[in-house]
Ligand binder design. Structure first.
Ligand code: ADP
Length: 567
């Protein structure tokens, strides 16, 4: 993901190299100062050296700023792009993928995982590079200063590597556990916030708080365990570093006594050793964070690399000019989450353009599943779903879905204005289009009754609308979408008389000239349907008009009698 920004990355690296090289100059100055300045008692040289050191440090400060800015820019940029990419990928995943995980976990994870990566790319990567440059540069200078001492110093590298690897694996595992625990707490917040009225109605606040506390506590324990291991890791590393410095002091001191090394040389040597040891410690610490980030990246790239099962086929075709015919051909289907239960078991049904077909049956018979398959939210196990002569698996998804519109039982309204919600079907719709659709759907009246009219905010943070009003907005939305095929998932909850009449009337307008599949829970629209299909346990058990079906001794009559399809 850094690739598009390679120019800036190179510039940042250059700044980093300059900065680190400048840092490496300073022990040389110290050596000169001690040997030439102090030992030779030359104050002119000392003044000159002190001034040079100040210049070096000022330069270093400027370069540090540039490096920091450039690296942060890269980090923020990459993370912003990562967020967008992950979100885009998320929206392409099939419904079944979302059914498998709670929404809160998803959002929590996205925030936490991206955050972890942000700190890596934004600052730690640049620190790692700087430490690495200092380490290598320091080692080179050490070697140049005294190769015998350097070889002695290098003895600390094997224990550092062993410690790094030994701790790294464990830290990565713990860190994934911490992220999991955090995601669980977010999942609960999301869930209880969404169902707050149920929580309060059943006086479950106490229990929910208890459950949350348990999760927070589990998170706390996991985080603490992680910290204690990371702390131990850092302490071990720093111990190794200082041991190296101490042994150099001892070894170098002996050489001074033997007269083979000057005091300035040893000073420079010790400064380099400290730099190298600090860089090693820093790198080891970063290794720890990298291990933490590894868990986060794996999960994010899991999402990024996930090719959705439901997508355009390579040879996907455009749907032919609108007709609005569709068919289920010997469809067998079970939900991915419950593969062993057949929800549809050999359903065949052909619906002609302009026809209205109602599907009735007991709850759980598989009625809504038919609509989901028409949308290709899931792929059938056997048989096929055909829209305007094209198998939905071969049709371009956006063509297919553009041909359909659904008015659901409980229409989903997004936070935003009434205008935005109606125009959700067609974002480029003008205000006139929206008003026209709303008028036809009998939504204009109540909308203009609000002081802000079409700009009235609804949804989570706006005014609450009644069931009938929400349905009429959904109808306006569908009218604007102007689909060839309409799916009506009828409301189970009965609306009051007036509202019901308005909704019914709006639906009649919407259905005009379109093919309609009614998923019926009540009788009102069913009676007017051209054909009624009776579905039972995933099979079509009867087809006919209302009159025909009530005359037969079948499930339909039972449903009507028991008011499962309430008259
Ligand atoms: P209806 O609309 O006739 O009430 P549905 O089509 O909604 O019935 O459901 C048919 C069956 O499929 C039911 O047994 C239901 O429990 C099951 N089902 C519905 N959605 C899912 C899902 N996402 N995962 C697993 N099973 C599901």
């Amino acid at each position: 993901m850094l690739r598009p920004h390679v120019g800036r990355f190179a510039l940042a690296t250059l700044m980093l190299l300059i900065g680190s090289s400048l840092t490496l100059v300073y022990p040389q100055a110290a050596r000169e100062a001690i040997d030439a300045g102090i030992s030779d008692a030359s104050s002119a040289k000392l003044n000159w050296l002190a001034a040079a050191v100040v210049v070096v440090f000022v330069l270093n400060a400027a370069v540090t700023w540039a490096r920091h800015y450039l690296m942060s820019w890269l980090g923020e940029r990459v993370v912003a792009e990562l967020r967008s990419k992950v979100y885009a990928r998320l929206l392409q995943q099939p419904l079944s993928w979302f059914h498998e995980r709670p929404t809160g976990e998803l959002t929590g994870r996205l925030a936490a995982d991206v955050g972890t990566i942000q700190s890596i790319v934004g600052s730690e990567l640049s620190m790692a590079l700087r430490e690495l440059v200092t380490l290598i540069g320091g080692l080179v200078m050490l070697f140049y200063q005294s190769w015998e001492l350097t070889i002695g110093m290098l003895l600390i590298i094997p224990p550092v590597l062993v410690t790094g690897f030994a701790f790294g694996k464990r830290i990565r595992k713990m860190s994934a556990a911490v992220q999991d625990k955090l995601a669980e707490t977010s999942a609960q917040v999301q869930e209880s916030a969404a169902a707050i009225s149920t929580v309060q109605a059943f006086r479950r606040e106490g229990k929910e708080i208890e459950r949350y506390d348990q999760r927070v506590d589990a998170f706390f324990k996991a985080a603490l365990q992680l910290s204690s291991w990371r702390g131990l890791f850092i302490a071990t590393m720093s111990l190794l570093g200082w041991m190296a410095v101490a042994s150099m002091l001892w070894l170098g001191g002996r050489q001074i006594i033997a007269g083979t090394l000057s005091a300035g040389d040893l000073t420079a040597f010790l400064l380099y050793t400290t730099m190298v040891a600090f860089s090693l410690g820093g790198l080891a610490n970063l290794w720890g964070s990298l291990q933490s980030a590894a868990g986060a990246t794996v999960r994010l790239f899991d999402i990024l690399d996930r090719v959705p099962e439901i997508r355009d086929a390579d040879d996907a075709v455009a749907l032919p000019a609108s007709a609005g015919r569709f068919a289920f051909v010997d469809v067998r289907f079970s939900y991915p989450a419950r593969k062993d239960t057949a929800v549809l078991d050999g359903v065949s049904l052909q619906v002609e353009p302009g026809e209205t077909v109602a599907v009735v049956g007991r709850s759980g018979a598989g009625k809504s599943t038919l609509a989901a398959l028409l949308y290709r939210f899931f792929d059938v196990d056997q048989g096929s779903v055909v829209v305007d002569g094209v198998d939905v698996k071969r049709a371009r998804l956006s063509d297919l879905r553009g041909r359909l519109a659904i008015v659901a039982q409980d229409p989903v309204l997004f936070s935003g204005s009434i205008h935005d919600n109606i125009a959700y079907a067609r974002p480029d719709a003008s205000r006139d289009d929206v008003v026209r659709a709303a008028t036809q759907a009998h939504a204009h009246g109540f909308t203009t009754a609000f002081s802000e009219g079409y700009d009235t905010l609804i949804g989570e943070r706006g005014v609450k609308l009644s069931g009938g009003q929400r349905q009429r907005l959904a109808i306006a939305r569908a009218l604007l979408a102007d689909p060839r095929i309409l799916i009506l998932d009828e409301a189970t909850s009965s609306l009051d008389g007036e509202s019901e009449a308005l909704v019914h009337d709006a639906l009649q307008t919407l259905m005009k000239g379109r093919t309609t599949l009614v998923i019926a829970h009540r009788l009102s629209t069913v009676k007017d349907a051209h054909r009624i299909v009776v579905l039972d346990q995933g099979k079509i058990v009867d087809v006919g008009s209302h009159q025909e079906l009530v005359r037969r001794e079948g499930l339909y009559r039972t449903l009507v009698e028991h008011q499962l399809v309430a008259a």
